[in-house]
Design a protein around this ligand. Structure first.
Ligand SMILES: NC(=O)c1ccc[n+]([C@@H]2O[C@H](COP(=O)([O-])OP(=O)(O)OC[C@H]3O[C@@H](n4cnc5c(N)ncnc54)[C@H](OP(=O)(O)O)[C@@H]3O)[C@@H](O)[C@H]2O)c1
Length: 295
């Protein structure tokens, strides 16, 4: 976890076992940074006493909150739990960070937006950061409340909205498609929900670029482009040269417990304007991710 060198920034990673948390640890480790990445059994972010203690003891300069309740469908039935993790805990954490003058980096989601196809006509580049939130599911609602609490705490913070997040660690759409392609002769994937994936490695890279430029506030952070889940799945199979049939289906044919926005592309021009950031087309990032996964 790096050497504790005086004068160097210290990082605390929350949600260290998740796909983004693990990517953070990997990059900080590679760069020889001072960081602490407590496992969930050592730090439950809903326990504000534990959070305060660890901040008091470790005294990080920057806290990365990659912890979240991310089971979108289950959240409809576990409302209190999802709210405790995604709304209340970030609010308490932000309060503690403000008191201790510690920077807080908090991740949020495209699912805070309504995702109306009509909005796409007005905003062809995607939802701008300031577009009013109107989540269509409980997960999105809890994440929006979490954002609002982080802002209200009034400390130095970055809120980064990512979408369709995929990386080398943990579970995600890309890995699910690869697994299903090994099990089935035909896949059915929704072709009427549009968005753009974020990948964990560039998410960490661009977050660090924003921090080093002292760019604070709310930013959208995805790759470039606009696709459906079907396009995404097809690209996974094409790049990996897997000859499994894939059929486009509608959301109606594929009902889920929680509603999903039909179009949740995020406008990333604010991020692109910050020197040092790097935003690549989604397919290029997908290729890089696939080359990191075991064959
Ligand atoms: N995944 C996506 O498609 C997606 C899309 C848009 C935005 N986001 C946002 O991006 C961020 C990172 O997501 P991700 O995909 O990396 O999530 P993830 O893989 O589900 O990881 C979340 C981590 O948080 C941990 N966690 C949950 N409750 C906790 C608690 N009370 N205390 C401490 N840790 C706790 C989880 O531990 P357990 O595994 O033990 O529960 C897990 O390790 C989140 O803010 C998420 O809302 C994700």
């Amino acid at each position: 976890m790096g050497n504790n060198v005086p004068g160097r920034k210290k990082w605390l990673i929350l949600g260290a076992g998740g796909q983004l948390g693990r990517e953070w640890s990997k990059q900080l480790e590679r760069d020889g940074c001072d960081y602490l990445a407590p496992a969930r059994d050592r730090l439950d972010i809903t326990d504000s006493g534990q959070v305060r203690r660890i901040l008091d003891e470790y005294r990080p300069d920057i806290v990365i909150n990659a912890a979240a309740y991310t089971a979108v469908d289950r959240a409809e039935d576990e409302r209190k739990r999802a709210e405790a993790i995604n709304s209340d805990a970030p609010g308490q954490l932000a309060g503690i960070c403000t008191e201790m003058d510690t920077q807080l980096i908090h991740y949020s989601t495209d699912y805070i937006f309504p995702g109306r196809l009509a909005d796409r006509k007005q905003f062809p580049d995607g939802y701008p950061e300031m577009f009013p939130a109107e989540p269509v599911n409980w997960y999105g609602r809890t994440k929006w409340l979490g954002e609002e609490k982080v802002r209200a705490a009034g400390g130095t913070h970055l809120i980064l909205r990512v979408s369709w997040l995929c990386g080398a660690y943990g579970n995600n759409f890309v890995k699910t498609m690869l697994r299903l392609a090994g099990e089935k002769d035909q896949l059915k994937v929704v072709n009427d929900q549009w968005g753009c994936p974020s990948f964990t490695a560039p998410t960490v890279f661009n977050t660090r670029a924003l921090i080093s430029r002292q760019a604070y506030g709310t930013f959208h952070l995805t790759s470039q482009g606009e696709i459906t889940w079907y396009d995404f799945a097809r690209a996974v199979l094409e790049i990996k040269q897997i000859g499994v049939d894939i059929e486009p289906v509608t959301t109606e044919e594929f009902p889920t417990r929680a509603g999903r926005p039909a179009w949740s592309k995020l406008d990333i021009r604010k991020l692109a304007d910050i020197p040092g950031t790097r935003i690549l087309p989604w397919r290029e990032e997908l290729g890089k991710l696939l080359s990191r996964l075991p064959a």
